[in-house]
Design a protein. Structure first.
Ligand code: MEV
Length: 345
């Protein structure tokens, strides 16, 4: 990475108003890059909003990437070429999620917006349940703080990103920002510190995109409306999901996959009962099971987006092909190792 020549830094230092001086002193590189993975929720989505545990996994095959480039004399700008959007931080509305995350990050670092352009690219499909918003915001926080020569710990990155999640999703549990910021499998329960863990047995998932956009905010609001109308039934669903999650965690951490597929199927049955499945997802799930998946369920908010199938590694390609034939727009095969390799961040 290119360093800023000392004389340039010195000149910039004197050209800026006093409030920016401190910011400039923190800039050591004129360009930095940071990454964040996508995620899938293995089990427990929706019930997690009501206090039950859930397990989420990072997916490194899909990533968000943020680059910060020094642009002397220009205002701090966020550029999102993938969706054809760009705005200066000064002009962005308070409710713009990425602007909010950027402002909070700068406030946390106690600096003024630097004269820089922050460009974000992502391969994570939007509205697919793979945490695209949280990943983009995580890459932003990492790149911006790194540009200002600060390495924030995962808990702080996660807390900053959560503030963007609230604007995107309404009442999120915080699971997406947590698993993406930690980059490890996470046992997550609201109001409790997240527990990153290692599975004692590696396993393979096929993640299949239904191609139907599922909006998290709508899915979460729908479950809330139905819960308010029939608390007894919905509390029953949430508790049952919690039991499934505990059982899956017990098996993964004690090194057996026996019964995990059936538990995922049970989780799917409960999600469908909550009203967050979709015919396109049901079709992919049925095709995956028929092709030999050990179990399958939607993952994320539902109403579209992705589903996942637990497979024996040697069946992965066949299951993925069957899901594509059943209408999946694309499939990803992801392996969860018993010790997750160090990821680029
Ligand atoms: C979305 O990825 C997961 C949900 O459980 C919502 C949340 O936890 O905030 C549906």
């Amino acid at each position: 990475m290119e360093s800023i020549p000392k004389n340039r830094l010195f000149a910039l230092h004197w050209l800026q108003p006093a409030a920016l001086c401190y910011t400039f002193l923190m800039i050591k590189e004129s360009a930095v890059t940071a990454f964040a993975p996508g995620k899938v929720i293995l089990c427990g989505e929706h019930a997690v909003v009501y206090g039950q545990p859930a397990i989420a996994l990072p997916v490194f095959r899909e990533q968000a990437k943020a680059e910060v480039l020094l642009t002397p004399g220009k205002p701090f700008t966020i550029d999102l070429p993938d969706i054809g959007a760009a705005f200066t931080l000064a002009e962005a509305p308070a409710a713009e999620p990425l602007a909010r995350v950027a402002r909070l990050t700068l406030a946390r670092l106690k600096v003024e917006p630097p004269p820089a352009r922050l460009t974000i690219h992502s391969t994570i499909p939007i509205a697919s349940g793979m945490g695209s918003g949280a990943a983009v915001a995580t890459a932003l926080v990492r790149a911006l703080s790194r540009f200002l020569s600060v390495q924030l710990p995962p808990a702080e990155v996660s807390a900053l990103v959560y503030e963007g999640e609230r604007l995107w999703h309404g009442t999120p549990s915080g699971i997406d920002n947590t698993v993406i910021a930690y980059g490890r499998p996470v046992w997550f329960q609201k109001e409790a510190p997240p527990r990153p863990f290692h599975t004692a047995i590696p396993f393979t998932l096929v993640v299949a995109d239904s191609g139907v956009a599922g909006v998290t905010k709508d899915a979460v609001a729908g479950v809330r409306r139905r819960w308010q109308a029939d608390r007894v039934t919905y509390d029953g669903y949430f508790v049952a999901v919690g039991e499934v999650v505990r059982e899956i965690y017990r098996r993964l951490t004690s090194g057996t996959l026996v019964g995990v597929g059936a538990l995922l199927d049970e989780n799917q049955r409960l999600l469908a009962a909550m009203g967050v499945s979709h015919p396109a997802l049901e079709q992919l799930i049925a095709a995956g099971r028929a092709a030999g998946a050990l179990g399958a369920k939607l993952c994320g908010a539902g109403l579209g987006g992705n589903c996942l199938a637990l497979v024996e590694a040697e069946r992965a390609e066949a299951v993925a092909a069957a899901m594509r034939r059943a209408g999946a727009r694309r499939t990803i095969i992801t392996r969860v190792e018993s010790r997750q390799k160090e990821a680029r961040t």
